[in-house]
Design a protein around this ligand. Structure first.
Ligand code: 4AD
Ligand code: MG
Length: 453
């Protein structure tokens, strides 16, 4: 809470006419009202809802930190103030001075009884009304983004990212910045966005991983947090064309150590969000206890075993078929804990994944599947560190050697065993908040048919 000035005998008009810098000194945030019961406060914000009954006008005000009901009694304000309190649109901007009262009938148990009321900006009738379609809300995202629901999601996402950063920083990781324009594919040619790069073709980065691998030869533990671009032609509730991926790469880590680190991160995020944002979680129908119950170690399930389980559930997946959304859902629907899906066939896995020495049909990989049918939220593997194995994998997958020259080089100088993973931040938020679609986990989603707003 900042140190606000006393409002005793201050008038709204005189407070406002001295400018923003002056009025800022008196302003209170809605989230701080609990600590100011019985005091007078100056509030400014947007009209969230408003209604009138007889001599009372109720203006629910939002300011990004919360919402609060402000009651205007006709007998307590000047006639023009009363009039303006009854001539508002959703999202009109208002200023008011009033006393904070406890009131059981008000949402959240607090109300502000208005002494002075003013409209700073009336505007036009707000185009978003109740019960709009998902598509309409996406078209209106530039206005919908200000809704308390979207702000809740943004707050939780920021906090999740901080959780992960804090965890890795504590462990001695160094944050680095991989490039976003690249010369070749990290995750397969099918989903590359091409860009004109001076007189050449270039691509938007699908992943910073290969670059992080270069950095660990100088510093052993690194991570990057950056946009990843995928020209995914699929329209699913879990794919975006642009998403924010946190990727980590660790020298001298085998796949076991890699999975241990990942499960610790997810457990940390789950527990920290349950403790720090129970209110947001509840508003989205997520019981904080679900997250407190998340506990390491997570089960490791081999692809081979997953096929057996799927067969029992009537889904016949052949060896070397990738597991799609339906399969991941079937595996995870009834589970409360995440599961590592491991050792997938090498044909369907990226060229940089190390061959499993115990079963060379497979690689040393893991997708971390979230509970409740959400599917993959983290993906990672031990990397190929041997020159010949890497050349073999590049050939096998019909990749062009010249596209990976610098990456191959890393296996010639000081090559070491290493592993890493990537976290889809929007997938994690979607799981935590039980969002129907990943599109709500990013402020301005980019999908196959949407680049505006
Ligand atoms: O599984 P992916 O494609 O793996 C990589 O990019 C590796 N280079 C990561 C690494 O080992 N450094 O993507 C990693 C994660 C997925 O688990 C998923 O959570 C998310 O990124 N992701 C997507 N999120 C939203 N939209 C998409 N189209 C996504 N594709 C992957
Ligand atoms: Mg993956």
């Amino acid at each position: 809470m900042k140190d606000e000035k006393s409002l005793k005998s201050v008038h709204l008009s005189s407070l406002l006419e001295k400018g923003l810098e002056h009025s800022e000194k008196y302003a209170t945030s809605v989230s701080d009202l609990r600590k100011k019961i019985g005091e007078e406060v100056f509030l400014r914000g947007w009209v969230y809802r408003h209604r009138r009954t007889g001599n009372m006008a109720f203006v629910v005000l939002r300011d990004g930190t919360g919402i609060v009901q402000c009651s205007v009694n006709k007998d307590n304000v000047k006639p023009d103030e009363w009039e303006s309190a009854n001539d508002l649109y959703i999202d009109s901007v208002v200023n008011l001075i009033g006393e904070v009262r406890e009131d059981d009938r008000a949402p959240d148990g607090i109300e502000v009884q208005v002494r002075e009321f003013g409209v700073a900006f009336k505007g036009e009738p707000f185009p978003i009304t109740k019960d709009q379609s998902t598509e309409f809300l996406l078209d209106m995202r530039h206005l919908w983004i200000r809704s308390p629901k979207m702000i809740d999601i943004l707050k939780l996402k920021a906090s999740v990212i901080n959780d992960i950063r804090g965890f890795l920083d504590e462990k001695g990781f160094l944050e680095v910045q991989p490039p976003l324009i690249t010369g070749s594919a990290a995750e397969g040619g099918a989903t590359l966005f091409e860009v004109n790069y001076f007189d050449r073709k270039a691509y938007l980065s699908q992943s910073g991983q290969l670059y992080l691998e270069a950095v660990i030869n100088g510093y052993p533990l690194v991570y990057g947090f950056a946009p990843s671009f995928r020209a995914e032609p699929s329209r699913t509730p879990r794919h975006l064309a642009e998403f924010w991926q946190l990727e980590a790469e660790m020298a001298f880590y085998n796949q076991d150590m890699n999975m241990k680190l990942q499960e610790q991160i997810l457990e940390h995020v789950a527990h920290s969000e349950a403790k720090n944002h129970p209110d947001i979680l509840k508003r989205f129908g997520r019981d904080p206890q679900d997250l407190l119950d998340i506990q390491t170690p997570f089960e490791r399930m081999k692809y081979e075993k997953a096929l057996d389980i799927l067969k029992e559930k009537g889904l016949d997946v052949k060896w070397s078929d990738g597991l799609g959304m339906d399969e991941e859902k079937a595996l995870m629907q009834d589970r409360k804990q995440p599961v590592f899906l491991t050792n997938q066939p090498k044909e369907i896995r990226a060229f940089y994944m190390r061959i499993n020495p115990d079963d060379p049909r497979t690689v040393l990989d893991a997708d971390l599947l979230a509970p409740e049918g959400i599917g993959e939220i983290f993906g990672g593997s031990e990397r190929v560190s041997d020159y010949d194995e890497l050349m073999g994998r590049i050939k096998e997958q019909n990749l062009k050697e010249e596209d990976y020259q610098w990456y191959i080089d890393l296996r010639k100088y000081g090559s070491i065993p290493h592993s890493g993973f990537g976290i889809g931040s929007e997938r994690v938020v979607r799981w935590i908040l039980k969002l129907d679609s990943i599109r709500d986990a990013i402020p301005f989603p980019r999908t196959m048919n949407r680049i505006s707003p």
